[in-house]
Design a protein around this ligand. Structure first.
Ligand code: GDP
Ligand code: IMO
Ligand code: MG
Length: 429
């Protein structure tokens, strides 16, 4: 395997964890380049399920080095909990994991700000995961963030004091929320110093050495392209770039060090949190279409991190085409094909209509995206069971026809098809 970026190309939760875990034995390094504990990547091996927030999805494999890049935001408490969960399962995580000394730390005040801002927004809230992601990335851009390497710095105390003065003013005076104490922040910093600093490393140096030695790298994204802060459904997005290009900046590698981009998407669409979703059929707020309910129930569509019910809808070819373009996707990995088993018919959105005009790409304006009508093609469904299929011959003709149409609409070959949550439920095309 060459150097591949594996990313979600819808609104997250496409099955990145499963795909990265199954590809990991064929690579030497798996590296996360953005996001933080907002991610929940699920790995299933037999009856054992592992959900990872920060740690790359290659961690279960003995010979795979896992790297957390500078583009990520790390919650020390959550990462230590994650490490301990793996250690308890006899995974020698400290031997397999390195963390960029340049990654940003999520501190208690980031979570408080995230929560208080959502409350203040009322009905207009983003529906964030509440993990402090936005405020932490804001601090990074504002140049007041605290990085892992800063734990050894002489001026750390002063910088924390200055940050707390500002944050507590915002929390108490403006957002009418409780202040954050210095003690809480210090406890987090102590934990990071004790458990994370020993794993701090110069990640670009490690990567360059590995690449020079002929090792292959799998760059693992979090979230999905429609949650990208530039290319997604702004402002209903996360606060980082989630597209393939972010892998370079988020790890410190060059464009020549990437050979392929694997775009991971479900055979239908889901979204958690607020924001436009043109092909939506079903949600917890009362949208009740039976096909959407089928996807939600059969697909067990609940957030891996937050447990929130996911909104569901038909495959949106306009969204996936958009993602293929902005990421330079070279192959699609379609997941959760088995969830469509038993539907009488399956729809595929091939364009949008807005005020009588046909749109072939995603409008930048959220209000417009909310107003579009999907243009659907309807294909016959199938009653056969595809769960766990490992070869194309096991798929009914109608499922194969859907895949072919997805390839045509999205102008991209399907190279992997996932037919169940387990590592073994896969068809390589
Ligand atoms: P990620 O954030 O992209 O890694 O995705 P999540 O782990 O949040 O959500 C994907 C969910 O679908 C997890 O519960 C996976 O175990 C499950 N899953 C992944 N691929 C398949 C598949 O092909 N079929 C079924 N039925 N479940 C799958
Ligand atoms: P993985 O990596 C699905 C969504 C949130 C919210 C918006 C902003 O598991 O695919 P944030 O907490 O990032 O400020 O929330 O982004 N979101 C995700 N949705 N999967 C994720 O990660 C997500 N990470 C963030 O629901 O709408
Ligand atoms: Mg997830």
């Amino acid at each position: 395997m060459t150097n591949t970026i594996a990313i979600g190309i819808q609104w997250g939760d496409e099955g990145k964890g499963k795909i990265v875990d199954l590809l990991a034995p064929d690579v030497d390094v798996v590296a996360r380049f953005q996001g933080g504990p907002n991610a929940g990547h699920t790995l299933v091996l037999g009856d054992k399920k592992t959900v990872l927030n920060h740690i790359p999805s290659g961690i279960l494999h003995e010979d795979t080095l896992c790297l957390i890049g500078n583009g990520t935001v790390v919650d020390p408490k959550r990462l230590v909990e994650e490490m301990d969960m793996l250690i308890e399962a006899c995974i020698p995580v400290t031997e397999r994991l390195k963390i960029s000394e340049r990654c940003q730390l999520i501190l208690p005040y980031h979570r408080s700000l995230d929560a208080a801002r959502e409350v203040a927004k009322g009905k207009a809230k983003i529906g964030t995961t509440g993990k402090g992601i936005g405020p932490c990335y804001e601090d990074k851009t504002a140049r007041r963030g605290i990085r892992l390497v800063d734990l050894t710095s002489d001026d750390l105390d002063e910088r924390i004091d200055a940050n707390l003065e500002y944050v507590n003013f915002m929390l108490v005076e403006y957002l009418k929320a409780a202040p954050v104490s210095r003690m809480e922040v210090d406890a987090m910093l102590d934990l990071a110093r004790e458990r994370l600093l020993p794993l701090a490393a110069d990640v670009p140096l490690i990567l360059q050495r590995r690449i020079k030695a002929g090792d292959s790298i799998l760059y693992e994204g979090a979230q999905g392209s429609m949650l990208d802060v530039d290319h997604g459904t702004y402002p209903f997005v996360t606060s980082s770039n989630t597209v393939a290009g972010a892998a370079l900046a988020g790890l410190g590698v060059g464009p020549g060090q990437v050979d392929a981009v694997l775009g991971i998407c479900k055979a239908y669409t889901t979204r958690v949190g607020a924001g436009p979703f043109p092909t939506e059929l079903y949600n917890a707020e009362g949208m009740e279409c039976p096909s959407g309910k089928h996807m939600a129930e059969k697909g067990n569509e609940f957030g891996s991190t937050t447990g929130r019910p996911r909104r569901t809808g038909w495959f949106d070819g306009v969204v996936v085409q958009h993602a293929v373009r902005i990421n330079g996707v070279t192959g699609l990995a379609i997941t959760k094909m088995d969830v469509l088993d038993g539907l009488e018919e399956v729809k595929l959105c091939v364009a949008y209509e807005l005020d009588g005009e046909r749109l072939e790409s995603v409008p930048a304006c959220c209000k417009q995206l909310e107003a579009v009508e999907p243009v659907y093609e309807t294909l016959p469904g199938w009653s056969e069971n595809t769960f766990g299929a490992t070869s194309m011959e096991q798929l009914p003709a109608n499922a194969r026809a859907l895949l072919k149409r997805i390839e045509e609409v999205c102008d991209c070959p399907v190279t992997m098809l996932s037919t169940g949550p387990d590592r073994s439920h896969i068809i390589h095309l």
